[in-house]
Write a protein that binds this ligand. Sequence first.
Ligand code: ZN
Length: 332
Amino acid sequence: MAIPNITIDGSDLISMVALQTKLRYWVLEKVMKEKKVSLTKQGKAAAKAGADAAKAYVLEVSKILGTILGTETGAIILSAISASGKKLVIRPYLELDANAWAWAEDFEFAVQKGHPLFIRDDIKATTFIDERLIPGTLADGWGASLADYVGTGEGSDSVLEFTPPIPGLGSSIPQSVSAKSSSLPGQMVDQILFHELTHVYRQTTGQQTRVPLVGYAQKYENTEEFFSILVSNIYISETGGTLLRADHGTGVLRPELTKPGAFFGDSPEGRSNRAALALTRIEPGIFRKLARVRSAPFNPLRDLMIESKIKDAMKTAKSFLVGSTYVRTYRP
Ligand SMILES: [Zn+2]
């Protein structure tokens, strides 16, 4: 299964698995006092193990991409990445914390035009504006240039690091998914890759905002995670899952918020979610496509479309933003 612009590259596994193979011989010979295998044979076996691991990685990731592409939500996100014309390389995540992540090669290209991007998470906002931009508030003391980058909106190439379980390798390499993961929301292997692909979509199409969130939405941390978790929940729902994410951790979305109309409803949490949505500035074309995913029982974007609440959502968000430096400078 191949998608234009997407390369799956398992080559980082070659040297790692080859080294592990050599170590295994060393342990066998020194500790177990097994018969020695010639260094040439060891080298050949190690090289083969490394090459096989890289091949198996490509195959496993292809399979998961195939699963994602077979869903409506997945096809929408993958087509948009493909249509961006930007390149995506998927390669193993080899840090020991067994996570997954996606980043833009050129930060300023990944961000919406004229919009600031903050890499740092060390200053938290307390209102629905980015206080780091306002003189005399949190921004004070952190110097004139708190915005690390200002976006061009051109879209950037991306790198996604993710390691699925690979048959034959067991736990000898870090994996982006653990055995207990399936009992946590959004932690199935395809769900993890899908979540990262939604970040890639925002990066390759120059849509990133990454505004810190507050109130009920603070648990999503920022607008990029809010977007990814929202769209991933639609994906999970479409694929028959009922365990939806409530935050950027392992929280489960409360059942009352999964009912039609509730997620962006008139409760304090619903209004908070609407403000977060407005700050996220979802591109209208993808918004409409995602809202049309009927096979997902949980689809708050469809609810908004049906109830024509999009304008309301924007109004709610504006009431949080009126008069702020943020609005005057960046017109979100
Ligand atoms: Zn994320």
